[in-house]
Each structure stands twice: as structure tokens, then as C-alpha cells.
Write a protein that binds this ligand. Structure first.
Ligand SMILES: NC(=O)C1=CN([C@@H]2O[C@H](COP(=O)(O)OP(=O)(O)OC[C@H]3O[C@@H](n4cnc5c(N)ncnc54)[C@H](OP(=O)(O)O)[C@@H]3O)[C@@H](O)[C@H]2O)C=CC1
Ligand SMILES: Nc1nc(=O)c2c([nH]1)NC[C@@H]1CN(c3ccc(C(=O)N[C@@H](CCC(=O)O)C(=O)O)cc3)C=[N+]21
Length: 306
């Protein structure tokens, strides 16, 4: 193989920086026009991957000039109390975006919570009324991780039309939306999950392999087609040989990088781009709110931020 190790890595950082720079310009204009963007994150209980995500949301929102607030709730809160909190945020004109961090504790029905978020403030497109947009090829506000993963695949320059793609994991927030986005791009998509009979046989056929399961080193070199692009979405926290906690993906990167032509590192791959797309979605949502405001009142929009 003539490629250097480094060129095989599909890094999310540079793409994320470009997106954040553009969001920053949009946010500054909206703020000057009296419509400051503000994202509220809702966390229920404790999950390592959520902590990493929220930490980076806070940092990058500050860079982009987007207001950010984290609301943390104890794991034993009731679904009713959470719904009430979400309704409060829906009614607050200063809050322009809401994200509910997943997972939530088992006693809370996630779909009920997602349905409680006003669709205009739904920055992940996870409201049941919004998620259907990607089925209709309306892709301007898609679940952030799915959008980030597909955007990184595009960085390879591979022709997506007719591309043989395998997605491992079929969660509502990652695997399923990836499959819909790729179908919109003309790829041939196979979706695998825990009942798939031979994961390896499917994975080995893929020109592009997306992995979103939550199991470190699930994908080994012998499951990957030589020359494939491997998009590793897993964010797993484990103790490294030095005794320090570290983040690893779902792919055995050291062995797979010898077989694949492209591989996303963890950290430094899909994660940073997910955060950038969340901020971009926050601006898409804000602009939809402004459009509605204009259509309703027929005057330049102005919101009282005091
Ligand atoms: N980088 C980023 O921006 C993000 C990273 N993540 C990370 O991605 C990973 C997945 O997240 P998420 O989709 O929310 O997780 P979920 O737990 O909701 O989904 C995991 C999926 O993996 C499937 N699965 C479980 N075991 C296997 C197996 N042995 N073989 C094949 N499929 C299997 C499950 O199938 P079934 O339902 O049939 O059991 C399920 O569809 C996690 O590590 C998470 O932290 C998540 C969001 C964003
Ligand atoms: N409703 C919802 N939507 C999500 O998209 C969602 C979620 N819930 N729950 C948790 C998972 C996990 N997730 C991450 C996103 C970015 C990084 C990230 O920024 N990662 C950096 C980490 C760098 C560092 O260590 O600080 C990287 O991979 O380089 C991590 C994790 C989104 N998730």
C-alpha cells in the first residue's frame, strides 16, 4: 500500500472547524439582529459518552457564539417531571434549541420525551414528526451523528451512487438515520444488528462500513474488505494499559488500518464533527423559528432577550 498511515485517517477536526467558523458568522448576525441562539442540553443520569459529548458541546458552542446551558436531572426523576421541564423550555423564547442526551434510564420512554420537544426547537431532528423528513429526502436537519458520519465518508471522494455500504447497529439516532441518508445518496445499504446471522460475511462485502454498536474492537481486520472506508462511530470509555481512562471506538483500529484505505480515528473522527453539526442544526432551527415569526407578525423579528 502506497498511502501513508496518516492519509488513511479520516479526521473530523478540519471539517468541524470549517463548519464552526461558518456557524460563528451566522450566530453573530442573528445575535446582532436580536435573535441570539441558545441551546439547552438535557441529561438524565450518568453516562460516560454523554459527559464527553456535553463537555465538547459547551466548549464549541462558546467558540461559535451560541449560548449553552446544561440541565442535569437525577436518574430517578419521573417521565412526567421531565416532560414538564421540556414544556417549560418550549415556552421560553430565549431557548432556541433543545437536545435530549441519550440514553435515558429505562423507566423513561425516550419517544415520549422526544415528542415533547417542540419540532421547531428539535435540533437533532428526533421528534417523530421530524425524523420522517429524511425519508422524504429533506436532509438539511438530520440527526447529528448520522450526518457527521456520512459527511466524513464524502471526504474520501468515493462515488456514493451504487456504493456497497454496510451499517452495523440500527438505533434510531445513529444506524437507521445513516441508512436513510445513504439511500438518499444512491448507495446500496445493508443494515446489521444483534440478530444478524453472520456479521463478518456482511461486513466483508462493504466498500464503506459504518459501525455504531458500543462494543470496543467488535470489528477486526478479517471482517473488512481490502480498500474499504471504515467509519467508526463508537465512543466507549475504558481503562488503558497506563491505568488512565481513554476513549476507544468499536473498531480494532490498529489491525483494521492495515486493510482499509480510510478509517476514522477515535477520538478525532466522527465525534468532533457531530458537535459541529449539532451547532449547525441549532442555526437551522433558529432560522426556521425566525421564518415563522416573520410569517406570523409580518415585521422584522425581534425577541426580547432581557
Ligand atoms: N461519535 C458520536 O457522535 C456518537 C457516538 N455514539 C456511540 O455509538 C455507539 C452506538 O450508539 P447508539 O446507536 O446510541 O447505541 P444503541 O445501544 O442504541 O444501539 C446499538 C446498536 O448495536 C446493535 N448491536 C448490539 N450488539 C451487536 C452485535 N454484536 N453485532 C451487531 N450489532 C449489534 C444493537 O442492535 P439491537 O438493537 O438489535 O440489539 C443496536 O442497534 C455507542 O458507543 C455510542 O456511545 C452514539 C452517538 C453519537
Ligand atoms: N441525543 C443524543 N445525541 C447524540 O449524538 C449523542 C447522545 N445523545 N448521547 C451520547 C452520544 C455520544 N456522542 C458523542 C459525540 C461527540 C463526542 C466527541 O466530541 N468526541 C471527541 C472526544 C474528544 C475528547 O476526549 O474530548 C472525539 O471523538 O474526538 C463524543 C460523544 C453523541 N451522542
Amino acid at each position: 500500500m502506497t498511502r501513508t498511515d496518516d492519509s488513511r485517517y479520516l479526521k473530523g477536526g478540519p471539517v468541524a472547524q470549517r463548519i464552526i467558523a461558518s456557524v460563528r458568522e451566522d450566530a453573530a448576525i442573528a445575535t446582532a439582529e436580536g435573535f441570539p441562539p441558545k441551546l439547552v442540553s438535557i441529561t438524565v443520569g450518568d453516562t460516560a459518552a454523554v459527559d464527553v459529548y456535553v463537555r465538547n458541546q459547551r466548549a464549541k458552542a462558546a467558540l461559535a457564539g451560541i449560548g449553552f446551558e446544561e440541565r442535569r436531572f437525577a436518574a430517578d426523576i419521573t417521565a412526567g417531571e421531565l416532560e414538564a421541564a421540556i414544556h417549560g423550555l418550549n415556552a421560553d423564547p430565549r431557548v432556541t434549541g433543545i437536545i435530549i442526551q441519550r440514553p435515558v434510564p429505562a423507566h423513561i420512554p425516550i419517544k415520549t420525551l422526544q415528542a415533547a420537544v417542540h419540532p421547531l426547537k428539535d435540533v437533532e431532528g428526533m421528534h417523530p414528526a421530524s425524523i420522517g423528513n429524511i425519508v422524504y429526502n429533506q436532509l438539511d436537519l438530520a440527526p447529528c451523528t448520522a450526518a457527521a458520519s456520512v459527511e466524513l465518508l464524502k471526504e474520501t471522494g468515493l462515488e456514493l451512487k451504487g456504493l456497497e455500504v454496510v451499517v452495523v447497529g440500527h438505533s434510531e439516532i445513529v444506524g437507521k438515520p445513516i441508512a436513510f441518508l445513504l439511500m438518499s445518496e444512491g448507495a446500496t445499504v445493508t443494515v446489521c444488528h444483534h440478530m444478524t446471522r453472520s456479521l463478518a460475511a456482511h461486513a466483508r462485502r462493504a466498500d464503506a462500513l459504518f459501525v455504531a454498536v458500543g462494543k470496543p474492537r467488535l470489528i477486526k481486520a478479517d471482517m473488512v474488505k481490502p480498500g474499504a472506508a471504515v467509519i467508526d462511530i463508537g465512543i466507549n470509555s475504558e481503562i488503558g494499559p497506563d491505568g488512565e481512562t481513554r476513549i476507544v471506538g468499536d473498531v480494532d483500529t490498529d489491525s483494521v488500518k492495515e486493510v482499509a484505505s480510510w478509517i476514522t480515528p477515535v477520538p478525532g473522527g466522527v465525534g468532533p464533527l457531530t458537535v459541529a453539526i449539532l451547532l449547525r442544526n441549532t442555526m437551522v432551527a433558529l432560522n426556521r423559528q425566525r421564518a415563522l415569526y416573520r410569517a406570523t407578525y409580518g415585521v422584522p423579528d425581534q425577541i426580547a432577550a432581557e
